[in-house]
Design a protein around this ligand. Sequence first.
Ligand SMILES: O=P(O)(O)OC[C@H]1O[C@H](O[C@H]2O[C@H](CO)[C@@H](O)[C@H](O)[C@H]2O)[C@H](O)[C@@H](O)[C@@H]1O
Length: 349
Amino acid sequence: MTKHTAFAAEDAAVAAPAPAQPGRRFTSYPPSSCRTASAQRMDAGAAGAAARATGSWLDAAPRRAEHDDWMEKHPSALTGFESVLAAAKGKQVVMFLDYDGTLSPIVKDPDTAVMTEEMRDAVRGVAEHFPTAIVSGRCRDKVFNFVKLAELYYAGSHGMDIKGPTPESKHAKAKAEAVLCQPASEFLPVIDEVYRALTATTAAIPGATVENNKFCLSVHFRCVQEEKWRALEEQVRSVLKEYPDLRLTRGRKVLEIRPSIKWDKGNALQFLLEALGFADSNNVFPIYIGDDRTDEDAFKVLRNMGQGIGILVSKIPKETSASYSLREPSEVKEFLHKLVKSKQSKQRD
Ligand SMILES: O=P(O)(O)OC[C@H]1O[C@H](O[C@H]2O[C@H](CO)[C@@H](O)[C@H](O)[C@H]2O)[C@H](O)[C@@H](O)[C@@H]1O
């Protein structure tokens, strides 16, 4: 384990009787959960706790026994595929997919994190059978430009910018509506201001880059020398001192700055389920696949609901609320193909 524990935490963290309704539209615009979110600022304690909740995703190579123990608790969703199907039997699957590290491999330059054509086909296939959403820390437009599938739901900026399928999409059955949920819209000016401040402040640290994700910001340190990580974090914190309404969280070699509102990928998942008409429904089986700490908020929601499953994409043991695991994006693709195949074979029966 390195002495930079806080930073090391990146890689170191169906068959329904009712027909699937892939293009199912939102039933209310926006559902109540979105309308009230922006009023619910996180109190300082909650924001601090969220920022401190970083310790367990460490980078150390696991021992064999530790790995086996972890795999027993979080079995592969591929080898455990039949159990997943059994749990989903008779329910409507709704698919939630994170982007970076889940649909595309982690690369040094965030602008080049493209998705393969094969992965796009797999996601397209899933969306033909099940309502499907991309839930990403990136801004919605950017993640759409990578995925390029108009028939999906998109929740960008860690779920703070949600939109349904575009009107031209063959899956959009109803008249399309505009943006459906932006609980942090009042923060747009301050996010822009902090983007400029962080870009200027961190310019002297080689390799540091600041990404504007519209309702949140990412300060990347994947290409920064490890000796400079601490200084970079201090710079970020010094800028944020002036902005108590923003909080700092961490992802995979990235510091994430976002509004201190009670809204995360877990809220986005709940919002979308409600919007799809599945609020309080026992007949829905959400599957959420993600690789990062921010995906844990969605895994926790599923665990608390006692419905559906979370799948963590990771090659190494990490503390997680997900029930299953997959090692890397290529296994995610395989899982999506298996889901489609099983749906198709049920339709033929
Ligand atoms: O929720 P996600 O879709 O997983 O977005 C989380 C962050 O992903 C991106 O950064 C990560 O992927 C980059 C490309 O592989 C990599 O260079 C970086 O180190 C990772 O942290 C994205 O650039 C960030 O803005 C997102 O917050």
